[in-house]
Design a protein around this ligand. Structure first.
Ligand code: ADP
Ligand code: MG
Length: 627
């Protein structure tokens, strides 16, 4: 008889293979064990990891298990959480597949110690890469502790995929943080090498917990999300654009309280911030989406980190509306954090040296702006003033260094300062802000670039180009489908380089929709016959050259939303008044008025701030009238 080549794999091997799906790194162990603790109704979860992150232990004060349950829990497909397919659809617990403990046990040496509240002693079950040992009775408090040692000791292939301990530890930190955000009432701690890396107290509000996670960078920056009712509700906090980060590390997304990675949600979040964040910056927020469990499939991925929505468009539009609404309502005007600046040292003023601590004088603000510019980077300074790339066109050179101490320009002196300035805090909503600056009185310009206005004892600084850019952008994008155009008496001709000819062909149609009529004259030459009426003075060839460089036309997709937006942004930039342009008082008043009528007044379409406000309190503090 021929021996069959087909054979049933031994149980340990089956378990190891299955474990490969759920337990891919130490952080997976931490995640699964914390989820079990949360499912057990714990109010305290402590995590400890060894230096090499291969030993992990998680303790909780949850409901615990009876001796029988303890042995059973280590079996594959052992779960107390679902019994039927219907249960699966409406599952509210973190776990339900009944394989986490079995999987972890298959690739480590696992000890489970557990005790229910009415038991007089604890049960301990040990499993060493195979069958569970006999339960022992030991002394231990109510709750459960799972100790995992030597993770992947029997699966060398897995072990090889482990990264440096610091990388694994970073992932563990992330897992604990995510879980801690989803249960702010539960106390969490993370210990490693005897050091307390995380310590979240019990009974925190989500806001406090998120604040603790993000640190001082979000202080005073959080906006609460207010959501309507079912079918999709949204809760949580987002941070004002000032707190944005270079990566997405400040984004925490949850669906029905479960931490998830979801492309759709991440994209919607970014889209809601579009036009108020500088490129390369990413929003910060903890966003909780709740919907009926049957609108959702969490079982698409073994670790349940990915979720699938049945009605993606509905979820997308509701989340977008809630996030964008919170941003629109908020006053996003950056404030100078004067109180954090070290006091002005008189000697630095006398020597005319630049002291990084002086953020208070308008000159310093400009100098900062120039510094950013010379680095060629668009960067936000502590002032919230961004070095303005677009402003370089007509930016005058920086004022020469003076030998004598620079005298403050008498810009604010003409405004009557209250004897004891009232401690006005930053207005928190857009409505409050505009109410507050209702009677803003423009006093003049600094470097022909920033408008200085006085209002209610505050000093309002406006970047005239950024502000006008915002106004133009909303006029361009929000106006009639076909803008009023002006035919040119003298058509403008201009050349492009050979490689740009096809791009020009693609650009022509969207340009026309914005009121710019360009025709191919022949060869490398194009003619502009008409321009939008309110942009008739614009340097159109410069605009088009800019567009050819910045808009991604590679997909021949100029009608796409991003491309059209890019064009609108470019158009707004070219049509806006320049830095360095003298403005009359009336023009300044009109600019402030027009800005007030925009939807997102506080940033230009590239996400740079349009205004900076120094409150009476900040001014008084700076001059040591109050401390
Ligand atoms: P699942 O969580 O998908 O049910 P697990 O393998 O993670 O599967 O756990 C199996 C079972 O063991 C759970 O259903 C639960 O009844 C029990 N269990 C696991 N961890 C704990 C714990 N920390 N406290 C109480 N019971 C637990
Ligand atoms: Mg579980």
């Amino acid at each position: 008889m021929v021996e069959s080549r087909i054979r049933i794999l031994p149980r340990t091997l089956i378990d190891q293979i299955a474990a490969g799906e759920v337990i891919v790194r130490p952080a997976s162990v931490v995640k699964e064990l914390i989820e079990n603790s949360l499912d057990a109704g714990a109010s305290l979860v402590s995590v400890e990891v060894s230096e090499d992150t291969r030993d992990v232990s998680v303790s909780d004060d949850g409901c615990g298990m009876t001796p029988e349950e303890a042995s059973l829990s280590l079996e594959r497909h052992a779960t107390s959480k679902i019994a039927s397919l219907d249960d699966l659809i409406s599952v509210k617990t973190r776990g339900f597949r009944g394989e986490a403990l079995a999987s972890i046990a298959a690739v480590s040496r696992l000890t489970l110690t557990t005790r229910t509240p009415d038991a007089i002693a604890s049960t301990r079950v040990t499993m060493d890469g195979g069958e569970p040992g006999a339960p022992e009775t030991v002394g231990a408090p109510v709750g459960t502790t799972v100790c995992v040692r030597g993770l992947f000791y029997n699966t060398p292939a897995r072990l090889k995929f482990m990264r440096a301990p610091t990388t694994e530890l970073r992932r563990i930190l992330q897992v604990v943080t995510q879980q801690a955000l989803s249960y702010p009432a539960v106390a969490f701690s993370l210990l490693s090498k005897g050091r307390r890396l995380l310590e979240f107290p019990a009974r925190q509000t989500l806001k406090d917990r998120f604040r603790q996670v993000m640190g001082s960078s979000v202080e005073g920056m959080l906006l609460e999300l207010e959501s309507g009712n079912l079918p999709v509700t949204v809760h949580g906090y987002i941070a004002k654009p000032d707190a944005a980060r270079k990566d997405r590390s400040g984004q925490y997304l949850f669906v029905n309280r479960r931490p998830v990675t979801n492309r759709l949600l991440a994209t919607i979040l970014e889209q809601a911030y579009r036009g108020i964040l500088m490129t390369g910056r990413h929003p910060v927020g903890a966003i909780f989406v709740f919907l009926e469990p049957d609108e959702l499939d969490v079982n698409v991925h073994p670790t349940k980190e990915e979720v699938r929505f049945k009605d993606e468009r509905q979820v997308a539009s509701i989340v977008h509306r809630v996030v964008a609404g919170a941003l629109r309502k908020a006053s996003l005007v950056p404030s100078v954090r004067l109180s954090e600046a070290p006091p002005v040292s008189p000697s630095s003023l006398i020597k005319g040296r630049e002291s990084p601590g002086i953020f208070s004088t308008p000159e310093q603000m400009i100098r900062d702006a120039f510094k950013g510019q010379s680095r060629g980077a668009v960067e936000q300074t502590d002032l919230g003033i961004a070095a303005h790339r677009a402003a370089t066109h007509a930016m005058p050179s920086p004022p020469p260094a003076r030998e004598t101490p620079p005298r403050a320009q008498p810009v604010v002196a003409s405004e009557e300062m209250p004897e004891f300035p009232e401690a006005t805090a930053q207005p928190q909503t857009a409505t409050d802000f505009w109410e507050y600056v209702r009677n803003a009185e423009p006093l003049g310009q600094i470097a022909g670039t920033y408008i200085v206005a006085a209002c209610g004892g505050s000093m309002l600084l406006i970047d005239q180009h950024a502000a006008h850019e915002r106004i133009m952008y909303e006029r361009i994008t929000g106006g009639a489908a076909q803008p009023a155009i002006q035919r040119l008496l003298l058509p403008i001709t201009f050349d492009v380089d050979v490689s740009q000819i096809p791009d020009m062909e693609i650009l022509r149609e969207p340009l026309a929709s914005f009121g710019i009529e360009a025709e191919h004259f022949g060869g490398q030459t194009f003619v502009i016959n008409a321009l939008p009426s309110d942009l008739a003075d614009m340097d159109a060839p410069a605009l088009i050259r800019d567009l050819l460089e910045t808009v991604d036309l590679s997909r021949g997709d100029s009608a796409s939303l991003p491309a059209r937006e890019e064009i609108a942004r470019c158009l707004a930039c070219h049509g806006a008044i320049r830095a360095g342009q003298r403005l009359s008082r009336e023009e300044m008043v009109r600019l402030i008025d027009d800005l007030k009528n925009t939807r997102l007044a506080f940033t230009c379409p590239h996400g740079r701030p349009t205004m900076v406000l120094l409150t009476p309190e900040q001014l008084a503090r700076q001059f040591k009238r109050i401390t």
